[in-house]
Design a protein. Structure first.
Length: 351
């Protein structure tokens, strides 16, 4: 109860709107604390050198709780929006130099999920993490925030643990420890690209026949789709030393998504879908935050010196699990998939 007193240390001296602002933001931080615990638990389970199949539903369970929390936090902005612009301006100056970007727990969530430093957008006064480090020095609370962030930065992220797990996925019955695995992965990729090309010819013919596009335009567009798909699946965008690993991870995502009905792949597919939902909820949260801020204060400079709504809008472009999103562009209907090999590998085990 003593944490809602504001700068005065006495909530009886606060405006009703000021107390409302404090309570809503503290509620956010409590939910973030629980989300962090759940992300770490999911990460720990997925990071094991061997993840037993019955463990995957547990990982999904923890991430579904995170998703529900983020969804609820997005809805919590409805409470914030009962604050009118004039009501907020009555106490806004008291917040300087505090800012929403200083939520070290939100930064911790980003780090634990796997957001890279190179992906962060400038907030108007430099890297947000560096700003937190500068502002946190010298105070017990600030030093604690810095310690939490440094700890998170030293840990394995959910993104990295997911990639390690995906790397071990059997693809057409082949695993990384088997002779000729790289050739098996490439053969799957080539068969899939061939199936995509065949499907593309059918779609191209339908579009041309309907008069929607010209044959020349269709040839150009579908050729570009094929080129981009090949480049992505062969990980041309990755450093050469990491290409084999990235290629296998992307092929694994494609394999799991394509043959999702197989017993051994059903829960892995559910896990991938849940991770995509986690990021979707985070993107929706960021967008909801930006619109709430714009509604209440327009495009003013933030109380912490940030670019305000312009900065928040840029953060909605963050994508951590880029391969999971990209693979959706390549998916084919069941009838167009390459033939499955060693299907028994993906069935239920005899008991």
């Amino acid at each position: 109860m003593g944490l809602q007193g504001g700068l005065e240390g006495d909530e009886d001296q606060l405006l009703n709107d000021e107390l409302h602002f404090i309570v809503v933001h503290q509620a956010f931080e409590l939910w973030f604390k629980l989300a962090i615990r759940e992300i770490r638990q999911a990460r720990n389970q997925l990071a094991a050198p061997h993840v037993p199949e019955p463990q995957i539903p547990q990982v999904v369970h923890h991430l579904r709780r995170v998703n529900t929390i983020l969804r609820l936090c997005g809805q919590q902005f409805e409470v914030m929006e009962t604050l009118t612009p004039q009501d907020f301006l009555a106490f806004r100056d008291k917040l300087i130099p505090a800012s929403g970007f200083q939520s070290f727990q939100m930064r911790e969530i980003e780090i634990l999920l796997g957001l890279l430093e190179s992906q962060r957008v400038e907030s108007g006064f430099g890297n947000p993490l560096e700003a937190i480090r500068r502002m946190g020095k010298g105070t017990p609370t600030g030093e604690l925030a810095i310690a939490h962030l440094e700890k998170a930065l030293s840990e394995l992220s959910l993104r990295k643990s997911m990639q390690n797990w995906l790397y071990r996925t059997p693809i057409q019955g082949s695993t990384p420890d088997m002779p000729g695995d790289d050739e098996a992965v490439k053969a799957f990729v080539e068969s899939y690209l061939g199936a995509m090309a065949a499907r593309g010819e059918v779609q191209k013919g339908q579009l041309i026949a309907s008069g929607v596009i010209t044959a020349e335009f269709a040839d150009e567009k579908f050729a570009k789709i094929g080129t981009l798909a090949r480049s992505f699946l062969y990980a041309d965008d990755v450093e050469e030393s990491d290409q084999e690993r990235a290629r296998r991870v992307r092929a694994a995502i494609l394999f799991i998504e394509s043959y999702r009905d197989l017993p051994l792949l059903a829960w892995p597919r559910m896990l991938l879908d849940t991770i995509v939902e986690t990021e979707e909820m985070l993107v929706i949260f960021r967008s909801r935050h930006a619109r709430m801020v714009e509604r209440v204060i327009g495009r003013r400079i933030g109380t912490g010196g940030s670019a305000g709504v312009d900065y928040l809008d840029k953060t909605t472009s963050y994508r951590i699990f880029t391969d999971l999103w990209s693979i959706r562009t390549l998916l084919l209907p069941k009838v167009a998939l390459p033939a499955l090999e060693f299907g028994d590998t993906y069935g239920f085990a005899d008991v």
